[in-house]
Design a protein around this ligand. Structure first.
Ligand SMILES: C[S@@+](CC[C@H](N)C(=O)[O-])C[C@H]1O[C@@H](n2cnc3c(N)ncnc32)[C@H](O)[C@@H]1O
Length: 178
């Protein structure tokens, strides 16, 4: 999975189609692979991760953006996002949905923090590939793209589409509009 992580993250960021006035939230930023490009492209970057270590690390690495009021990293979970309703025009999350307790709860929260017309981008390795890689089932819940699409629609998102650079790319990105 690591081998493909940088490419998946950069493809997901491109699918956000950020403009300089956008406020963007990354859910589960982890080691922060996407954070430099998000900070460079958007007006404000929010970050949520359930790991206090990851949050502390991001605050230290991106301290300049935090001090300038251009970034804010908070400990929390997708099931209960620590941000106000309609705080962001864009939300992205990459390689996190295997760990969510509920797709329904996560997408309902993402929808709440997005402003009307906002976009969510969800990058992940699909179930078929995860099962082939034999990821430990007690840690990873593998997700089929059609289940993620259905959960996004159920949460009220529209224009839900699955994207990947090539038909053979072993990961995909789902893009949807609030
Ligand atoms: C595999 S890492 C991916 C990190 C980064 N997005 C990337 O692609 O390199 C998953 C990250 O998501 C966070 N995470 C997992 N479940 C979460 C949840 N329910 N809410 C918020 N963060 C979560 C973990 O703490 C971890 O930092």
């Amino acid at each position: 999975m690591n081998r493909h992580n940088a490419k998946l993250n950069s493809y997901a960021v491109r699918q956000l189609e950020l403009t300089p006035s956008d406020r963007v939230l990354e859910v589960g930023f982890g080691g922060g692979v996407s954070l430099p490009s998000l900070i460079a492209s958007a007006a404000f970057v929010g970050g949520v991760d359930r790991s206090s270590d990851m949050v502390r690390r991001a605050k230290a690495i991106f301290s300049e953006a935090v001090s300038a009021g251009r970034a804010d990293f908070r400990e929390g979970s997708v099931e209960e996002l620590p941000f106000e309703a309609s705080s962001f025009e864009r939300v992205c999350t990459v390689n996190t949905i295997y760990f969510w307790s509920s797709l329904d709860a996560g997408f309902a929260e993402i929808r709440r923090v997005l402003s009307p017309g906002g976009r969510v981008v969800v990058g992940f390795v699909p179930k078929e590939r995860m099962d082939f890689m034999r990821m430990p089932a007690d840690i990873f819940t593998s997700r089929a793209p059609e289940d993620v699409v259905a959960a996004l629609r159920k949460a009220g998102f529209s224009d839900v589409r699955v994207e990947r650079p090539e038909p053979t790319t072993p990961w995909n990105v789902i893009v949807a509009t609030r």
